[in-house]
Design a protein around this ligand. Structure first.
Ligand code: FAD
Ligand code: FMN
Ligand code: NAG
Ligand code: NAG
Ligand code: NAG
Ligand code: NAG
Ligand code: NAG
Length: 698
């Protein structure tokens, strides 16, 4: 054995040791919060067959979810399997398991998958190891020939690769010998039908599962996944410092210490999606002119107290909290005692606590539940059993079974949970709904993502975001006057408070507890985390770049351009000039022209390398001009750059824009390069696959 081999073996040994000690290491890093973030069996094993055996389960529901939608549906599905068939279901994140023994599950175990699609047809981050497992399979050996599974994908048909992850997983598994039960379900956010797609799919697949496992069905009953214990004031053993009042994670409780590096003088986390960093918003401003009736907030978060790094084009995840108004309404609607302190004990080791416990009802409603989003029909059917009286029960049951009735009576009125139940009971509070049911049935409050608008080359540890404040969308005939936009209204309230704009503050329709639990968020802090993205400038600065970003879609391009300004200012690059950079931007009029005071200085600094095209869509007596129109007007320049190998970047709110731009580019390419529309479409598809056409749309 030569020296090199020995060295590799040593590395391997370290890797193996690390692997087997992973649970232990995690234990040290996270302490007992581990339970709430995901190790899923008594022994901490990641081996699927082992866990199923140890925990005595007979059904698995797996989810791969980027922002929690797939997770919500997986949990609903799992609850229904328990409620109707008394199955012993484990519902878990794909992230927490290894799959080598997927084919060695007991014969009666079916696995249901809920997988969303991200990026350009990609698996969610946490499901990438699962994807790798699937691609590594050798189909000639039929390595999954004993597996029976169901699949529901979550996606958006406005994307090119619609539900690609779920389709790919299904294909790989069936080709490896597994049996798909029911059809491959696909939820479509693009048509806003995810909920109905799910219900239609579920209806049939539950029957198939019932047949496949010869199950007995009974009236759906709610079986809590955890034991709910009220802790009474003085009698309780609980240390007051260990009671969560809405802290993002256990680490932030006064009884614990945050991981800190004395050497580096920073908090070390390790920060991730389950452990955000509390970053101070050090600067903020309103970007729209006072004449505009809308608001857009520029906010700067300082990460220098942490070891979090970012790079231009990444996303910032921001955790909101609910408004005082929404919290009060929810508490009133279910006649809850805000101050009640309680603890949750998982019914079995595979159940993951949704937030740090013990805690109080008020904290859960304010910090952990998504109480203002639209409600699902599924939620109504689960709620039937807790209706306060028979007439309401009948009505609720009717609404939950009739898709069209639900759409006109509930959905179109933009009700949230509290609005809806109060509407059904003529404002009488519902005293009959157990709080543990609400914890399990109302979605958890999720972080929102923002495209970072700063440059990691100029602002190494300060992250800028550009957030447009959601407008009221309440339908005209709706009895509720809810304000939407939990996160963006929070950012706006913080901005107004930070800049001491008291007069405007009085006119905002909602208010927040900006200081957070135990004043933890004081001085404008919010829980944040940086999510890596693949939306990156080409490596070679000479490569031409075409950026298309109307509205807040310009956010990452501000970062890109600041990157290039920094590049151009460095002496070492004096002899390596930048390629041409075109920026296509659109807005309503001068009042909402984002960062209008900054662009001229960037153009000067880049000395001709940057050219900006701006179109307005709401100028009086002027035809609307969108980014697609701008592209066509300057089509020859676009074609010239594409022939030189330009990269294309599209960013913004999906709502048809990304598709419109796609169509315009196909048109331009087909004309400019004298090829058919089909060939131009194919060419754009190839650009997408090879990363030369990147989208950051939401
Ligand atoms: C990758 C990515 C990047 C993004 N980048 C940016 C960015 O740079 N800038 C930016 O401004 N945004 C960006 N977004 C969008 C952002 O994440 C948020 O979705 C957006 O700011 C709204 O969040 P919110 O909490 O304020 O609104 P929410 O409270 O989540 O409400 C959003 C919308 O949901 C609907 N809604 C809410 N409740 C109801 C109800 N009861 N009934 C019916 N409809 C309802 C309304 O239409 C409302 O406007 C990005 C999203 C992604 C995924
Ligand atoms: C940045 C981004 C990229 C997306 N890419 C795709 C895609 O390529 N194909 C698709 O079908 N859906 C795509 N979607 C839509 C999501 O899959 C869909 O909204 C889903 O409901 C999200 O589920 P999750 O919250 O469980 O991750 C994308 C959404 C976002 C925000
Ligand atoms: C799984 O899919 C990948 C990519 O789609 C493919 O390369 C591979 O051969 C597939 N494997 C099996 C077993 O189907
Ligand atoms: C999906 O597409 C629709 C229509 O283009 C868009 O309005 C919506 O915001 C998209 N949803 C998500 C979650 O990206
Ligand atoms: C049920 O409650 C509603 C409103 O709270 C009331 O209008 C209705 O009469 C009640 N029905 C019965 C049968 O008690
Ligand atoms: C939204 O609704 C609230 C409450 O009715 C109101 O005060 C506010 O002015 C509205 N905002 C906009 C932008 O219409
Ligand atoms: C882009 O198109 C507009 C409208 O046709 C035109 O006025 C402008 O000169 C063009 N710009 C360039 C650089 O060609």
């Amino acid at each position: 054995m030569d020296a090199l081999d020995g060295w590799i073996l040593a590395l391997l040994a370290v890797a193996v040791a690390l692997y087997y000690n992973f649970a232990t290491i995690k234990d040290i890093l996270y302490g007992d919060t581990d339970k709430s973030i995901g190790v899923s069996s008594a022994s901490g094993s990641r081996d699927i067959a082992t866990v199923i055996k140890e925990c005595d389960k007979d059904y698995i529901v797996f989810y791969g979810s980027q922002t929690g939608t797939a997770e919500d549906y997986a949990k609903m599905f799992a609850k229904e399997l328990v409620g109707r068939f008394s199955l012993k279901v484990m519902c878990a994140d794909l992230e927490n398991f290894d799959f080598e023994t997927l084919n060695e599950l007991p014969a009666n175990v079916i696995v249901s998958f809920f997988i969303s699609t991200y990026g350009e047809g990609d698996f969610p981050d946490g499901a990438v190891p699962f994807e790798e497992f699937l691609t590594s399979l050798d189909e000639t050996e039929q390595p999954l020939n004993k597996l029976r599974f169901t699949m529901f994908g979550l996606g958006n048909s406005t994307y090119e690769f619609f539900n690609n992850a779920a389709k790919k997983a299904t294909k790989n598994m069936t080709e490896s010998g597994a049996t798909l039960i029911g059809r491959l379900g696909s939820g479509d956010d693009g048509a806003a039908t995810t909920d109905e797609d799910y219900l239609a799919w579920k209806e049939v697949v539950l029957d198939d599962i019932k047949d496949a496992l010869a199950l007995n069905e009974h009236e759906q009953v709610y079986e809590p996944s955890f034991k709910y214990t009220v802790l009474l004031g003085q009698d309780t053993e609980a240390d007051p410092e260990s009671i969560s009042l809405g802290e993002p994670t256990k680490q932030y409780l006064p009884c614990n210490e945050l991981p800190f590096s004395k050497q580096l003088n920073v908090q070390t986390g390790p920060f991730n999606n389950a452990f955000p960093y509390l970053a101070p918003m050090v600067r903020s401003k309103e970007l729209f002119a006072p004449e505009s009736n809308r608001n857009c907030i520029h906010a700067e978060f300082d990460l220098s107290g942490s070891n979090i790094k970012y790079s231009t084009g990444d996303h910032l995840a921001v955790w909101p909290s609910n408004t005082n108004e929404a919290v009060q309404l929810f508490i009133a609607a279910f006649d809850l005692n805000e101050d009640e302190v309680f603890d949750l004990t998982p019914a079995d080791p595979t159940v993951v606590l949704p937030f740090p416990c013990p805690t109080t009802i008020g904290s859960v409603v304010r910090y952990y539940l998504e109480i203002t989003g639209p409600i699902s029909r599924q939620f109504f059917s689960a709620l039937v059993q807790f209706a306060p009286n028979n007439s309401i029960r009948t009505r609720l049951s009717e609404l939950s079974k009739d898709k069209d009735l639900f759409a006109t009576e509930i959905h179109s009125k933009c009700f949230n949970v509290a609005d809806a139940v109060l509407y059904l009971s003529n404002d009488m509070p519902w005293k009959t709904v157990p709080f543990e049911f609400l914890i399990e049935s109302v979605p958890l409050l999720k972080p929102r993502y923002y495209s970072i608008s700063s440059s990691s080359m100029t602002e190494k540890q300060t992250v800028h975001i550009t957030a447009i404040v959601e407008e009221n969308v309440t339908a005209e005939d709706s009895p509720v006057k809810s304000t939407f936009g939990v996160t963006t209204n929070l950012l706006r309230n913080m901005e107004l408070s930070q800049n001491d704009d008291e007069t405007t503050m009085e006119h905002t329709s909602v208010s927040y507890n900006l200081d957070g639990p135990r004043n933890l968020f004081q001085d404008y802090k919010l829980p944040v985390y940086v999510r890596r993205s693949t939306f990156k400038l080409p490596m070679n600065p000479k490569t031409p770049v075409i950026m298309i970003g109307p509205g807040t879609g310009v956010a990452p391009f501000r970062g890109f351009i600041r990157d290039r300004v920094k590049y151009a200012s460095q002496e070492a690059n004096a002899n390596a000039p930048l390629g041409k950079h075109l920026l296509f931007y659109g807005c309503r009029n001068q009042n909402d022209f984002l960062y209008q005071d900054e662009w001229p200085s960037y153009a000067t600094a880049l000395d001709g390398a940057l050219e900006m095209f701006v179109g307005f869509s709401r100028l009086p007596d002027t035809p609307k001009r969108y980014v697609q129109d701008l592209l066509k007007e300057n089509e020859s320049q676009v074609v010239t750059l594409l022939k030189q190998g330009a990269f294309i970047y599209v960013c913004g709110e999906a709502k048809g824009m990304a598709q419109g731009v796609h169509a315009a580019l196909v048109d331009i390419i087909s004309r400019g390069m004298f090829i058919s529309t089909e060939d131009a479409t194919e060419m754009v598809k190839m650009m997408k696959t090879s990363g030369k056409y990147q989208e950051d749309v939401w």
